[in-house]
Design a protein around this ligand. Structure first.
Ligand SMILES: [Zn+2]
Length: 128
């Protein structure tokens, strides 16, 4: 279907989500502009998806990703102790207690360890 066409990228997906949110909002708020905006977004998504100007579409997508990175604080410092994330604190990793969400520092490389949360005094296992 998208043979030789640009298809849906991150920006397209984001616009689809926004359009979906607008449609849902329209169910609760009686503002005609919401449906108009949703329709305009959908038209934009489809015209981008079937576009043959790949370079322009890619440039738009890059701009969107840059804006998103600024908005979310960048990719480099996102997430908590994700696998493959560079350890910032030498030999220690920050875990989040699954019960009370307290941040705990544990030594890296100890294998599967039982952690006693000093905050809520519950125990959980984690591989570090
Ligand atoms: Zn806890």
């Amino acid at each position: 279907m998208f043979n030789g066409r640009y298809g849906i990228d991150e920006l397209g997906r984001f616009m689809l989500i926004v359009a979906g949110i607008l449609v849902v909002l329209r169910l609760f708020i009686d503002v005609h502009a919401l449906s108009v905006a949703a329709v305009i977004l959908l038209i934009l998504v489809y015209s981008r998806a079937f576009s043959r100007f790949f370079d322009k579409r890619r440039a738009e997508n890059m701009k969107f990703l840059e804006m998103k990175d600024k908005f979310t604080g960048g990719r480099q410092n996102g997430g908590f102790g994700k696998p493959g994330a560079a350890p910032k604190n030498d030999g220690k990793r920050v875990l989040i207690c699954p019960y009370c969400k307290e941040k705990l520092r544990v030594p890296v490389g100890a294998g599967t360890i039982k952690i006693n949360c000093p905050h809520c005094h519950r125990q959980f296992e984690e591989t570090v």
